[in-house]
Write a protein that binds this ligand. Structure first.
Ligand SMILES: *[C@@H]1O[C@H](CO)[C@@H](O)[C@H](O)[C@H]1NC(C)=O
Ligand SMILES: *[C@@H]1O[C@H](CO)[C@@H](O)[C@H](O)[C@H]1NC(C)=O
Ligand SMILES: *[C@@H]1O[C@H](CO)[C@@H](O)[C@H](O)[C@H]1NC(C)=O
Ligand SMILES: *[C@@H]1O[C@H](CO)[C@@H](O)[C@H](O)[C@H]1NC(C)=O
Ligand SMILES: *[C@@H]1O[C@H](CO)[C@@H](O)[C@H](O)[C@H]1NC(C)=O
Ligand SMILES: *[C@@H]1O[C@H](CO)[C@@H](O)[C@H](O)[C@H]1NC(C)=O
Ligand SMILES: *[C@@H]1O[C@H](CO)[C@@H](O)[C@H](O)[C@H]1NC(C)=O
Ligand SMILES: *[C@@H]1O[C@H](CO)[C@@H](O)[C@H](O)[C@H]1NC(C)=O
Ligand SMILES: *[C@@H]1O[C@H](CO)[C@@H](O)[C@H](O)[C@H]1NC(C)=O
Ligand SMILES: *[C@@H]1O[C@H](CO)[C@@H](O)[C@H](O)[C@H]1NC(C)=O
Ligand SMILES: CC(=O)N[C@H]1CO[C@H](CO)[C@@H](O)[C@@H]1O
Ligand SMILES: [Ca+2]
Ligand SMILES: [Ca+2]
Length: 665
């Protein structure tokens, strides 16, 4: 097994495209390493008791958001909408949905956020509007200048004289045979909609439409928003000549066209102009699940600055059975693709996908946060991820997501995104503290009784407390500007991330991705570290944690993870401190139970740990950095004199991988 430890340096003082236009003005790229909290407005906090979240509710929770140490909030759509696609069907881009409040509420939210040093960014949907938008209503009646605002076409007739759609293009929201074209009786033409039939695609080849979009940016920039998330980029353009796709639904003529990238460059230029004129720098990010090659073009070319794409590798490539090598390779290969002087971002989950705790494993959430928050670049947290909220079971008769509704009662569960959009779990009171109402817009996950913010703040260890420590830690210069390096140990079961910066002690993240305990020896990969490392942050599934660990011998139980620092003086080997917080085993994740069974009783104290060590060497597989074969260690404990063993007992760390520590009161 050959382990290649790549060493890629990211340049810290990033001055992108410093052109003559903005050369005089120092660009403040505050967003480069910002920690963004994505809020789903309907599900976050209700302020008026109607069972739906709103802007005043978000404002009420700003203390919490500030305390999380996040720096930016990103709001999913807040605009007027028939809410067929939860607000991604916009009927007016320059107003607020009455359900969420009004523009005054928005201004208050922005002001109060700014008072706390929080930035606010909005989700903009340039690909399509709602069919309730005035533009579409006028377009459907052929009123100028709107007649060409959408994608209209005549289509054909079949042998029986029925109208048939102009092309074989398919819609995402329909069943598998669903055409992306809908016949409009009024205009007697077909209109194109990649998503729901109530979401007609805008004609982005029409310069007036582009102008409208630029005006929309300006409208919100004037209201002091700090930037935008540009939604659904690869769907912007379709084949101008309306040609059939060779394979229907594969997107050859409807997905990832280079014109979509070129439009991003225009958005960037427009907003840079605004920034230059107003002396304030804005944040832009592009949402896309396109190919790596296309995503890289979003960053820009030699003449045009672009808009960084979301890095969705954790969502698209990491699963509950991903081992350390897999994750290392996925992350390394993405990082190695990045153009010079650019940075990336890390996203574990969002409103379109199963929640990280359900998709990758409840017990792995803290380890994943150690990666996403401590890797270079921006990090994104989807509301509730910080308490490891799980997908909820939403019954058919409560399902509202069109992707679920379209599939029918038998299949909806495989497609509906509602399970990841349920109300935030604040406390154990009625409706999880989300609302005073017994009825909520989607059902509350029944585990809110113990999985909630209040309980996790009160607990000795919790996902939330671990998250907050990581969010604080990531502001250190080493995480902002340092180099990074991945390694794997113990036959791919342990993933290691090292961050380093000249004149700073290194930080090492060690994650056990396996379901059994691992004895870790970092010496083979990092022989130059101090013999004793300081424990900086531990995952919440830790029961017993010591202040320091020996570099060459510590134990991580199933799915446990640690952030270690090399700043410990060699002589100050603190005695082990043990703690036994109240704990319980959750019954909600099968993998949890499995790992509990694996380690239960095996390690309940440091003594047991050491005994375990003397009795087994089975987990002691270390892959040396330069070696070409797995070195199986001899039964090392036998090599130690009893007094040496005692010292090791004191230093040994045993992180018990039972489950989350829950304060059930
Ligand atoms: C509670 O929520 C339901 C459903 O959203 C709504 O019909 C009802 O009016 C709400 N109750 C109050 C007091 O607002
Ligand atoms: C959007 O709403 C604002 C405020 O109500 C209104 O002035 C504007 O005309 C609306 N725009 C469209 C396109 O409907
Ligand atoms: C960069 O992309 C834009 C938009 O596609 C294009 O007009 C321009 O020629 C490209 N520049 C270079 C150097 O390729
Ligand atoms: C940005 O400003 C420059 C210089 O004033 C101008 O030439 C260019 O057209 C502007 N671009 C956009 C997209 O508004
Ligand atoms: C910012 O600059 C734009 C031009 O790019 C201008 O239209 C706008 O009014 C300016 N906004 C403020 C608040 O000065
Ligand atoms: C990258 O950034 C460095 C340091 O800011 C600068 O010297 C270099 O010219 C930049 N390279 C490119 C390709 O922009
Ligand atoms: C949904 O169906 C369940 C039975 O499966 C029923 O108990 C419940 O009342 C229904 N809810 C609504 C809102 O119709
Ligand atoms: C740790 O690994 C190093 C280098 O591979 C080895 O020399 C040392 O004996 C190991 N220590 C333990 C306690 O296994
Ligand atoms: C753990 O949960 C069980 C029921 O699930 C309960 O009976 C027991 O008292 C709990 N233990 C602790 C320590 O909270
Ligand atoms: C992993 O996920 C798959 C579905 O993707 C599921 O069937 C399986 O039970 C999960 N395994 C564990 C251990 O959670
Ligand atoms: C990640 C994201 O924003 N996805 C959105 C793309 O656009 C569709 C259609 O509006 C939405 O449903 C998705 O949520
Ligand atoms: Ca409300
Ligand atoms: Ca489109």
């Amino acid at each position: 097994m050959l382990v290649v430890t790549r060493y890629v340096a990211l340049i810290s003082a990033l001055l992108l495209f410093t052109t003559a236009v903005d050369g005089a003005l120092a660009r403040k790229e505050w967003w480069k390493t910002t920690l963004v909290y994505q809020i789903w407005p309907r599900g976050f906090q209700d302020s008026d008791g109607d069972g739906e979240g709103d802007l005043k509710g978000i404002a009420i929770r700003l203390d919490y958001i500030e305390d999380l140490k996040v720096q930016t909030i990103c709001l999913s759509p807040i605009y007027p909408s028939p809410l067929i696609d939860s607000g991604y069907d916009i009927s007016n881009y320059t107003d607020v949905h009455p359900l969420f409040g009004d523009l005054d509420d928005f201004d208050v939210l922005v002001r109060e956020s700014h008072n706390r040093g929080l930035k606010v960014i909005l989700d903009i949907v340039p690909n399509h509007s709602s069919d309730q938008h005035e533009w579409f209503q006028l377009s459907a009646r052929n009123v100028e200048p709107y007649s060409d605002y959408y994608i209209w076409a005549n289509g054909d007739t079949d042998d029986d004289g029925n109208n048939i759609p102009p092309t074989n293009w398919l819609s995402t929201y329909s069943d598998k045979d669903g055409s992306a074209w809908t016949w409009h009786d009024g205009r007697r033409q077909w209109y194109y909609h990649k998503f729901h039939s109530s979401q007609p695609d805008l004609n982005l080849r029409n310069e007036r439409v582009i102008e409208e979009l630029m005006n929309i940016f300006d409208f919100w920039l004037k209201r002091n928003v700090d930037g935008f998330r540009i939604n659904a980029v690869p769907y912007f353009f379709e084949d101008e000549y309306l040609r059939d796709e060779p394979a229907a639904g594969k997107g050859a003529h409807t997905f990832g066209l280079s014109e979509s990238t070129a439009l991003l460059y225009r958005f960037r230029e427009h907003i840079n102009n605004w920034s230059t004129n107003n002396g304030t720098w804005k944040f832009l990010i592009a949402e896309s699940y396109d190919s790596d090659a296309n995503l890289i073009t979003y960053y820009g070319n030699d003449t045009h600055e672009g808009i960084a794409p979301f890095n969705y590798k954790f969502i698209t490539h990491v699963r509950n059975n991903s081992d350390a090598n897999h994750i290392k390779n996925i992350l390394d290969s993405w990082l190695n693709l990045l153009p010079r002087n650019t940075s990336t971002n890390w996203v574990l989950s969002n409103h379109d996908n199963s929640r990280a705790a359900s998709r990758i494993g409840l017990n792995r959430v803290d380890g994943l946060h150690m990666l996403s928050l401590l890797l270079p670049g921006q990090a994104y947290t989807y509301y509730g991820e910080e308490i490891a909220m799980l997908d909820a079971k939403v019954p058919w008769n409560r399902t509202i997501d069109p992707m679920g509704c379209f599939r029918g009662e038998k299949e909806f569960e495989r497609f509906s995104r509602d399970p990841a959009r349920t109300p935030m779990q604040w406390n154990s009171a009625k409706s999880a503290g989300f609302t005073m109402n017994d009825t909520t817009y989607l059902p509350v996950h029944p585990n809110y009784i113990y999985r909630n913010v209040e309980a996790q703040l009160a607990a000795k260890r919790s996902n939330l407390l671990t998250y907050k420590r990581l969010a604080t830690l990531r502001k250190l210069p080493i995480f902002v500007n340092g180099d990074y390096e991945f390694a794997t140990l113990n036959n791919k079961r342990v993933l290691v991330l090292k961050r380093s910066l000249e004149n700073y002690p290194a930080y090492i993240v060690v994650i056990n991705l396996g379901i059994r305990q691992e004895r870790v020896n970092l010496t083979s990969i990092y022989p130059d570290l101090n013999a004793v490392l300081r424990t900086v942050v531990e995952s919440s599934n830790a029961l017993h944690v010591t202040i320091t660990v020996p570099r060459d011998n510590f134990i991580l139980t199933a799915n446990a993870a640690l952030v270690l620092s090399d700043d410990e003086k060699k002589e100050t080997s603190e005695p082990a401190t043990s703690s036994t917080p109240t704990s319980n085993v959750s019954d909600e994740d099968p993998s949890t139970i499995k790992s509990t069974v694996t380690t239960e009783g095996a390690i309940s104290s440091s003594d047991d740990t050491a005994k375990k060590k003397t009795s087994t060497s089975s987990s002691d597989h270390v892959t040396p950095k330069t070696g070409s074969g797995t070195t199986k260690k001899p039964n090392d404990a036998a090599l130690y004199h009893p007094s040496v063993l005692n010292v090791m007992i004191n230093l040994a760390i045993s992180v018990i991988g039972i489950t989350q520590i829950l304060a059930v009161t």
